[in-house]
Design a binder for this molecule. Structure first.
Ligand SMILES: NC(=O)c1ccc[n+]([C@@H]2O[C@H](COP(=O)([O-])OP(=O)(O)OC[C@H]3O[C@@H](n4cnc5c(N)ncnc54)[C@H](OP(=O)(O)O)[C@@H]3O)[C@@H](O)[C@H]2O)c1
Length: 384
């Protein structure tokens, strides 16, 4: 069935070097219904390149035809590693057993997946003490279609288009069979219906990052009228912290840090102040914040710019009081709560322009995430 889905993501696409004038954007052929917002990005390979940021409508992939329970194969294609290590441990395997479905789970035909830093840290063996046994099919984030439901599943049914982070506790026994596969089995409570306006690739980039952004803001006591400084505003989590703080929680002021080429992106997401960390130190800002949300690992400096009685959310690195660290808990309910903001376009997925990476290019996608330079989310799509 071909469905018309309207999309509101920010797609960052570098233009060829010969078209450096932003004026030239108006002459370019844009996909139907897309409205470009001019901005500039410096990439590792090039000087400043103009980008197109789409905020628009788009047609979903033509085929959302999924396997039905009667046609689910016993084996599937998947990426697998049998040892911890670098990207070279990742192997493509076309005869992995399709996971069995527990009573509270559904089986998803995977249409898109996304990578998070936890995927490569786990693969490197950083969490081996609490990991599931090897071999591992990696991948936390997924979007796809339900093709089978367990006996205790209450709301979801075959044919539902869903998205979610498949591991309730990111570091504590994440599933052995993740989302970088044709099929994955997930508890119903970790899923939500995919926002109608987003395609599968856009939806797949959201779950873990948006849940982390939301949970950190909630735990910090963030609320309407408060100010926040986001360290790492252009990353997967940071790009959503900016948007949730501004458009969901009602922040009075949002500041964020990035390198020079990404400052316009921070502003387009809702930052009132974009701080170029290559030119100035955020500790020298003439203001302090109710909350500092650190996605970079700068907890020692972050505490210097928080107001007395404020909070410092730390996702990675050392924690300096009054900072606190937490590990995200996946929740379909959080996605459902945020779906109206996604469907209204107030909150937009940001998909890195180097992707989406096709399923055959998962190793390249991992390598790119590991550079720590991704803008928004690194998405894997299509999955054949
Ligand atoms: N505790 C948890 O539950 C949890 C959950 C999710 C993520 N995390 C952790 O949080 C961290 C961020 O995750 P993510 O998914 O957002 O990563 P990501 O998308 O890979 O982050 C990449 C971004 O980081 C920015 N960046 C790098 N160094 C920076 C600096 N010194 N100042 C400002 N920005 C900088 C880069 O921007 P530039 O190119 O401009 O430098 C890039 O856009 C990772 O360590 C991840 O493991 C923890």
């Amino acid at each position: 069935m071909e469905a018309m889905l309207s999309s509101t993501s920010l797609q960052l696409r570098p233009l060829p070097p010969h078209s450096l004038s932003p004026l030239s954007l108006s002459r370019l052929q844009l996909p139907r219904g897309r409205t470009p917002i001019n901005c500039f990005q410096k990439t590792s390979q090039s000087p400043v390149l103009p980008l197109r940021i789409y905020a628009s409508s788009q047609t979903a992939p033509a085929s959302t035809a999924a396997a039905t329970s009667s046609s689910i194969p016993s084996q599937m294609k998947a990426w697998v590693y049998g040892d911890y290590g670098g990207v070279d441990v990742l192997k493509f395997d076309s005869s992995v057993s399709v996971p069995t479905v527990k009573d509270d789970e559904v089986l998803i035909r995977v249409f898109a997946a996304a990578l998070n830093p936890v995927d490569f840290k786990r693969r490197q063996g950083k969490f081996k003490a609490s990991d599931s046994p090897l071999p591992t099919v990696p991948g936390y984030d997924v979007s796809g279609v339900v093709v089978k439901v367990g006996t205790q599943v209450k709301s979801l049914k075959e044919g539902d288009e869903v998205y979610g982070n498949i591991n309730e506790k990111a570091l504590d026994g994440p599933k052995q069979f993740g989302s970088l596969a044709e099929f994955t089995a997930v508890e119903e409570k970790l899923l939500a219906l995919k926002p109608k306006n987003l395609d599968f690739a856009e939806a797949a980039g959201l779950p873990l990052a948006i849940q982390t952004a939301y949970e950190g803001l909630e735990r910090s006591g963030f609320s309407s009228g408060k100010s926040v400084l986001v360290l790492g505003g252009a990353g997967g989590v940071g790009s959503l912290v900016i948007q949730l703080a501004k458009h969901v929680f009602g922040a009075s002021r949002v500041a964020a840090t990035s390198s020079t080429g990404k400052l316009e992106i921070l502003k387009s997401l809702g930052a009132d102040l974009a701080v170029d960390y290559t030119k100035e130190s955020f500790e020298d800002l003439p203001e302090k914040f109710d909350v500092v949300y650190d996605t970079v690992g700068q907890g020692d400096k972050a505490v210097k710019v928080v107001k007395e009685g404020g909070s410092v959310v730390v996702l990675t690195g050392a924690v300096t009081p009054p900072g606190f660290r937490f590990v995200v808990t996946a929740s379909g309910a959080v996605l459902e709560k945020l779906n109206p903001f996604l469907e209204s376009g107030k909150v937009k997925p940001v998909v890195d322009s180097k992707g989406p990476f096709p399923f055959a290019k998962v190793v390249e996608a991992f390598s790119y995430v590991e550079t720590n330079r991704a803008t928004g989310k690194v998405v894997i799509h299509p999955i054949p």
